[in-house]
Design a binder for this molecule. Structure first.
Ligand code: NAD
Length: 480
């Protein structure tokens, strides 16, 4: 199968005529071709988006909302097909795509399609002399760049609010997982989204992403991906003062206090460690455990993790599927080697898993648990983005907070405690954009989302995303 770009409502071959191999990570085999696009394709896409902007921004909110809701409906109607595409592209278990990725992609469109109908501007009087009101106006062409770990979910998280407020979009999905973005274009077309309102250019970051973000007619950039890429983007666009949202990496602490509900803490820690093979920016990869329950927690955590099945992502019984690519698998394996060199003791896993049959050349890694490392070593400071977690003891609440915050990242944290005062006290002290208490990955789309420090810039979500994708203007009318 050959994927095409989607420009001005037409599926288009890349100008270069060149394609990249798309590999199914669970089999190691090439299963499709994706456009190796370049600056010239980006130019065409931005031009198409620019042309479509006037008419789209003038389209009544009700109509825009209806089209976006139709996209949500079609995502749901095509959920089986989309889930299968994502599994083959990404290697994650099919049940996970069906239960999380695809429903949440539809939910993104539903949330922003309905939210835009209720979004209101503020107006207020100034001393009975003047009326002030705030205008939020769409800005034009928004660049939406997304990663491979939650391909359709994160792409739609950007596209939906950008389109709802009246911008047009040029999106660049990850070159590693392009398939659901391609399918989304078919869906958008079928839903009646006017030509040029959504454009998708496939290809590599430097060849497609950079010309897109630096394009003079692209004033707004929403990026999710690695911290080093985010830093490069920030550097490139800063001189032009573009509006930028950066959702980047994480190295999230998961703090287990002695007064926690142990079963809940263990069950949730297993999910927070190994869901999606640990390839979720919000995974709790540093587990901090109060010393008095360290051994009890460790034993139960290892026991539950041992029971996880690494297998064919198409098999409903597989808990973990394949790593997204051979290169990424090798990177994670080399991080495990580093952990050993740093003195870490491997309590579970620590190696590649070789499956049989169709999956004999797939990229699988066993759930890996490590202890005995300092909080400042590479293993505990660098994002590994795989099924690798460390265990560390702490003695006091203050020590737990210090260990949690001793990181250049600040995306999320989890706390397990039955003490309500402690839950509030510790949450307030953690440097992270989201803190979960007695849970993990519970998302309400109305809440702000994003990281502190090297985890990003801007905390979007809810109606804040509408504000991000618009220019805010105050109009002041003096009437006396
Ligand atoms: P990545 O930074 O390598 O790539 C992300 C996207 O950026 C891809 O589409 C890529 O092609 C593009 N890109 C690469 N170089 C570019 C450049 N110079 N200019 C413009 N675009 C460029 O990230 P990845 O490996 O795809 O994703 C994994 C990372 O994403 C992890 O660090 C993870 O923590 C992070 N992530 C963060 C969040 C969040 O919400 N904070 C969510 C998911 C993933």
């Amino acid at each position: 199968m050959t994927i095409q770009n989607y420009i001005g409502g037409v599926f288009t071959a890349p100008n270069s005529g060149k394609y990249l191999d798309n590999i199914n990570p669970a089999t190691g085999q090439v299963y499709s071709q994706i456009p190796d696009s370049d600056q010239t394709d980006v130019e065409q896409a931005v031009l198409a988006a620019k042309k479509a902007f006037k008419s789209w921004r003038e389209t009544p909110v009700q109509k825009r909302s209806e089209i976006l809701l139709k996209i949500a409906t079609l995502i749901k109607e095509n959920a089986e097909d989309l889930a299968l595409c994502e599994t083959i592209d990404n290697g994650k278990p099919l049940w996970l795509c069906k239960s999380v990725d695809i429903p949440r992609a539809a939910a993104n469109f539903e949330f922003y399609a309905t939210g835009i109908r209720h979004w209101a501007s503020k107006a207020h009087l100034s001393d009975d002399k003047a009326l002030n009101y705030t205008l939020h106006q769409p800005m034009g062409v928004a660049a939406c760049i997304s990663p491979w770990n939650l391909p359709l979910y994160l792409l739609t998280w950007k596209i939906a609010p950008a389109l709802a407020v009246g911008n047009t979009v040029v999106a660049k999905p990850s070159e590693i997982t392009p398939m659901t973005a391609y399918k989304l274009c078919e869906i958008a077309h079928k839903a009646g989204l006017p030509d040029g309102v959504l454009n998708v250019v496939h290809g590599l970051g430097p060849k497609v992403g950079e010309p897109l973000i630096t394009h003079k007619d692209v004033p707004i950039i929403s990026f999710t991906g690695g911290t080093s890429t985010g830093s490069r983007i920030a550097t490139l666009v800063a001189p032009a003062f573009k509006k930028v949202s950066l959702e980047l990496g994480g190295k999230n602490p998961n703090i287990i206090f002695a007064d926690a509900d142990l079963k809940r803490a263990v069950d949730t820690a297993v999910k927070a460690s190994f869901s999606n093979q640990g390839q979720i920016c919000l995974c709790g990869s540093r587990i901090l455990i109060e010393s008095s329950i360290y051994e009890t927690f460790k034993t139960a955590f290892i026991e539950n993790s041992k029971a996880l099945k690494v297998g064919d992502p198409l098999d409903e019984n597989s808990n973990l599927g394949a790593m997204v690519s051979e290169a990424h698998m090798n990177k994670v394996l080399s991080c495990i080697e580093t952990a050993k060199q740093e003195g870490g003791k491997i309590l579970l896993g620590g190696e590649r898993v070789h499956l049989k049959g169709n999956n004999k050349d797939g990229f699988f890694i066993a759930p890996t648990i490590i202890e005995g490392l300092s909080n400042t070593c590479k293993t505990n400071q660098n994002e590994i983005f795989g099924p690798v977690v460390t265990l560390q003891p702490f003695d006091t609440e203050q020590e737990a907070v210090e260990l949690a915050n001793q990181s250049t990242y600040g995306l999320s944290a989890s706390i397990f405690t039955e003490n309500a005062s402690r839950a509030h006290r510790v949450s307030a002290q953690i440097h992270a954009g989201i803190v979960w208490v007695n849970t993990w990955l519970y998302r309400d789309l109305r809440t702000p989302f994003g990281g502190y420090k090297q985890s990003g810039l801007g905390r979007e979500g809810g109606f804040k995303a509408f504000a991000f994708f618009t220019e805010t203007k105050n109009v002041c009318i003096k009437y006396s």
